[in-house]
Write a protein that binds this ligand. Structure first.
Ligand code: HEC
Length: 146
């Protein structure tokens, strides 16, 4: 493998690992200030993602202003007022990787693909929510003022 071709093959083999190890966003302090997409988040879509038991699963742990949803969780703070408590960037980091703010957090890292264990092979390399879904959820949470 000491030939130029061998080196090229080695680089090609390891390139995906290098790319996968890159963070998908830039953290500044306790926030991700820059939106993950160019399209502004849609609050109505964000609300639907949160309430959906297959997509967001948020109500497994959280309660919030979702009067139509029965059986909300009691493992996490009520989402009401989250838009007054946190800036857009703080909410974005909270969703992307809550463990960055609280190492013991039970909240899933919705936009992280590195440093995870026990990920089903079909889900490897894919965050739980897509970038646009994160932006939609952030946009909705920002509307929850107290
Ligand atoms: C497995 C449980 C769990 C799930 C699922 C979960 N969270 Fe959380 N969340 C927590 C906990 C616990 C906290 C408290 C802070 C901590 O421990 O990280 C929290 C904190 C938060 C906060 C800050 C609360 C505050 O103080 O205002 C927001 C906003 C939030 N979560 C939104 C969401 C959204 C949106 C989803 C779904 C996309 C979600 N969470 C899914 C457990 C969860």
């Amino acid at each position: 493998m000491r030939t130029p071709a061998g080196v090229a093959v080695a680089i090609l083999l390891f390139l995906p690992l290098l790319v996968a190890a890159q963070e998908l966003y830039t953290v500044v302090g306790d926030a991700v200030p820059t939106p993950l997409t160019d399209v502004p988040g849609n609050p109505a879509n964000g609300r639907a993602i949160i309430a959906n038991r297959q997509v967001g699963l948020c109500l497994l742990c959280h309660t919030g202003p979702f009067p139509e949803e029965r059986f909300q969780g009691n493992l996490a703070p009520n989402m009401s007022g989250a838009g007054s408590r946190w800036s857009e960037g703080q909410l974005r980091l909270r969703l992307a990787d809550a463990s960055r703010l609280n190492a013991a957090s039970i909240m899933p890292a919705y936009y992280r693909t590195t440093g995870l264990s026990r990920v089903a092979s079909a889900a490897q390399g894919k965050p739980l929510l897509a970038a646009q879904q994160i932006e939609d959820v952030v946009a909705f949470l920002r509307t929850l003022k107290e």
